[in-house]
Write a protein of this length. Structure first.
Length: 99
């Protein structure tokens, strides 16, 4: 398993969640892969990966798990990017004045 990319780490700082299509596009670019190679590696069709990259569809939970195994990106990040789990709640800071 490989480490998540520097791109992903930097993207997490700028935004709450990276859209799955952007995550996949950058993964393919960084690893110099074609969509067909990713499809074969995780057991889906090339057309399926194409729909993910166009934002027309999202990976199933099972495909997200396979993407995590293949890429080394934490499963929670991939599931969140695909919209399967919600964003973590933002902490609200309440300033109470003490009497």
């Amino acid at each position: 398993m490989t480490k998540p990319s520097t791109w992903l780490q930097n993207e997490r700082v700028r935004t709450k969640t990276v859209p799955i299509r952007k995550l996949l596009a950058n993964l393919l670019r960084e690893r110099n892969l074609r969509a067909s190679h990713l499809a074969a590696a995780i057991g889906v069709s090339h057309a399926t990966v194409g729909r993910w990259l166009k934002g027309e569809d999202i990976p199933t939970a099972r495909s997200c798990y396979r993407l995590a195994e293949f890429s080394g990106i934490p499963i929670e990040d991939i599931l969140r990017s695909a919209g399967h789990i919600p964003e973590p709640a933002m902490e609200l800071s309440c300033k109470h004045s003490k009497p």
